[in-house]
Design a protein. Structure first.
Length: 125
């Protein structure tokens, strides 16, 4: 019975085209919770769109790393911890949450055999 369940699970993952994002995102969530800015910014490209409050762009990796808690507020950390990213037709991923009368989305893209954070956008709910 266990072999059949493993075979079915393997088949489902193959059919869904598991690209490793789910496992990577678990590491991303852990890195955000621990304040591991190096992992969070690995493979990210700058300047990065970061629409949150009065911030609109993060100019360089060193800026995000140096002010990690400024950019990853407690609200954003909670959103990441609870995030359920969806794969977009482009192969990118995103998840959305609502806070302070706005809707926010965080985006990730394939990069160098892994994935990278590439933007946070703000818009009306």
């Amino acid at each position: 019975m266990k072999k059949l369940a493993l075979l079915l699970l393997s088949s489902v993952l193959l059919l869904r085209g598991d690209d490793g994002f789910a496992k990577w995102f678990q590491h991303f969530q852990s890195a955000v919770a621990k304040g591991n800015a190096d992992f969070v910014t690995e493979r990210a490209e700058f300047p990065m769109d970061w629409e949150y409050g009065s911030t609109r762009k993060i100019e360089a990796r060193a800026v995000l790393v140096g002010k990690f808690d400024f950019y990853f507020t407690d609200e954003i950390k909670r959103a990441v911890a609870n995030g359920k990213p969806q794969r977009l037709p482009s192969g990118d991923y995103m998840f959305t949450w609502k806070a302070r009368g706005n809707e926010y989305s965080m985006y990730f893209k394939p990069s160098g055999g892994s994935f990278a954070l590439f933007a946070l956008s703000e818009g009306p709910p």
